[in-house]
Design a protein around this ligand. Structure first.
Ligand code: PHE
Length: 260
């Protein structure tokens, strides 16, 4: 579908790229110690090279800019420079969009890589998992393009019955959760999160107003667990994994008899 892979091979980010550039306020609960792993050594990074972007990001949070009233709180550099294990691959998408602003044009990018969250570990949750993420930049694209794209994308995997539910992300507006009907479970299951990136995120980078950007993120483990009937995520990821199970299974595909 014309996507290029993003260079997502780094697990450590600053709060700046993981949160601030995504218009996540510094008081947001996702930034708590209970949700995010912070590094002890080194605990902080240097400032990014693009000082104008750094200032624009501060201003859009603190007082507002680009027609937005902002969050109106004192934005702290120290908080932004703290080093984190990335909580989503959207940190990479943000860096790639910042690069795109030097030569703006329609673009499709994807990544499949590991993320970390400070979660209570149980049969369906680990403190690390993988995300499948995509971003698409195009002149004057809309929420209709996002819905149409998601339908095409999942149709290719045999998932033909989708529902979209309004949701909230600090960096997208509107935002939508994506649900598919799971025949085996006899219910609608959430399979993804998506939205149109906010001007408060794109304009500080210098992207033109009419180059709109949509994005989505899926978990890799959840559909895999459904596909193979794996009830404990530890069988898929981590030190309890049977290498034999991994090596003898064919590539994961979502079949119509499972979801659709
Ligand atoms: N970052 C979101 C998540 O972790 C996924 C997402 C990516 C949503 C891009 C919207 C746009 O769930």
């Amino acid at each position: 579908m014309g996507f290029t892979e993003m260079p997502s091979n780094q697990y450590v980010e600053t709060g700046f790229w993981n949160f601030d550039t995504l218009f996540v306020p510094q008081q947001h609960p996702a930034r708590d110690l209970q949700d995010t792993f912070y590094l002890k050594d080194p605990a902080v990074a240097g400032k990014p090279d693009d000082k104008e972007f750094w200032e624009n990001t501060r201003q859009v949070h603190e007082n507002g800019k680009y027609g937005s009233i902002g969050y109106r709180y004192p934005w702290k550099e120290d908080e932004s420079l703290r080093m984190v294990l990335r909580t989503h691959t959207t940190a990479i998408s943000s860096a790639m969009l910042h690069k795109l602003a030097k030569d703006p044009k329609p673009t499709r990018l994807f990544s499949i890589d590991r993320v970390f969250r400070n979660e209570a570990v149980d049969a369906t949750h680990l403190a690390e998992f993988h995300q499948v993420e995509g971003v698409m930049a195009g002149y004057d694209i809309t929420l209709g393009d996002l819905i149409g794209f998601m339908e095409d994308f999942f149709n290719k995997m045999g998932v033909t019955n989708l529902r979209f539910k309004a949701a909230y992300n600090p960096y997208t507006e509107p935002s939508m959760e994506i649900f598919a009907y799971h025949k085996g479970l006899g219910k609608w299951v959430e399979i993804g999160n998506s939205g149109m990136f906010r001007p408060e995120m794109l304009e500080p980078m210098g992207l033109p107003k009419n180059l709109r950007v949509l994005g989505w993120g899926l978990s890799l483990e959840r559909p895999t667990m459904i596909k193979y009937g794996v009830s404990n995520i530890r069988e898929l990821l981590g030190h309890k994994v049977s290498l034999d199970f991994i090596e003898t299974n064919p590539a994961a595909r979502l079949d119509e008899d499972l979801i659709g």
